[in-house]
Design a protein around this ligand. Sequence first.
Ligand code: NDP
Ligand code: A1CAB
Length: 285
Amino acid sequence: MWSSLKAYSVPSISYDKITEKEVNRRVIMKISIIGAGKMGTAIIKGLINNGQNPKQILVKTGHYENALNLRQSLGITAVQALSDLATSDIYILATPATLITKTLSELSNINQQNAPIISVAAGVSFDEMLAIYPNAPLLRCIPNTPVAINQGMTSFSTSSHLSDNQKTLAINLLNQLGHTIEVPEDKLGIAGTIAGCSPAFIDVFIEALSDAAVTNGLDRALSYEIITEMMKGSAALAAESKIHPGILKDDVTSPGGDTIKGVVALEKNNFRFAVIDAINTILQD
Ligand SMILES: NC(=O)C1=CN([C@@H]2O[C@H](COP(=O)(O)OP(=O)(O)OC[C@H]3O[C@@H](n4cnc5c(N)ncnc54)[C@H](OP(=O)(O)O)[C@@H]3O)[C@@H](O)[C@H]2O)C=CC1
Ligand SMILES: O=C(O)[C@@H]1CCC=N1
């Protein structure tokens, strides 16, 4: 049986007073996650994989039973009310974007330690959030679902109200989840879309390749193994060699061979434009 929130207490600290060294040393923190659906849960899993004590992850969801289910499966501490998160060391907002300003408004009343706040909500700007919670120590980021296995790609921007220590603390947390890159806020939309949304496109691609494999008689599970290993290797080759993707493609297309026929068929079907159009369509919203 997990202990109740009241029975469990982690000492908290003021981030305005501690030194950078202390921030860096403080691996175990009391982390509050507000909203734990697909993204919030992926973050929780990544933190636990990295050695974070699950009991020190406090989770508030829209429906309490969902937080209780996570307590059952992951061992986190489920809370019923936002006010239960008053002495947190860091906050992660992972509710639907439409609820972010309402949540921040409530948080402005309970953030006793002026702890840093990470918002993962796509499309909710610093200006919108600071209008609700002036001077909030905010970091905006767009992670992606591979954070669940610490192989995420998270782009982030920081507000001017985040002190150096608060920034270090927040970035240290994100770094536990995979690769991070700081971008100006006006680039967060496109950087976040490329990394945050594209896992779904990759999954559609995996599924389509697998359907083609099965159509041609390959076992489904075997096809997934082959495809995902091929993708890991192709991504690693591009990342490690930094060779232009056009050249890597040319290395595969033997003259008069099979691959170029497939590339031509993809071009005939507007593969490149389909991808560009997908991203542009998201950003036009
Ligand atoms: N999914 C992804 O890959 C990515 C998502 N994001 C961002 O993450 C955020 C969440 O997206 P996603 O996880 O996909 O959505 P989900 O619908 O899966 O999760 C939403 C979560 O918010 C909770 N919630 C709803 N109302 C409240 C409330 N009043 N207080 C606390 N929690 C509440 C829900 O709880 P309950 O179900 O119990 O109601 C649920 O846990 C969005 O802002 C999105 O932009 C960013 C990058 C990638
Ligand atoms: O689909 C969405 O809106 C969120 C943001 C990035 C990935 N998922």
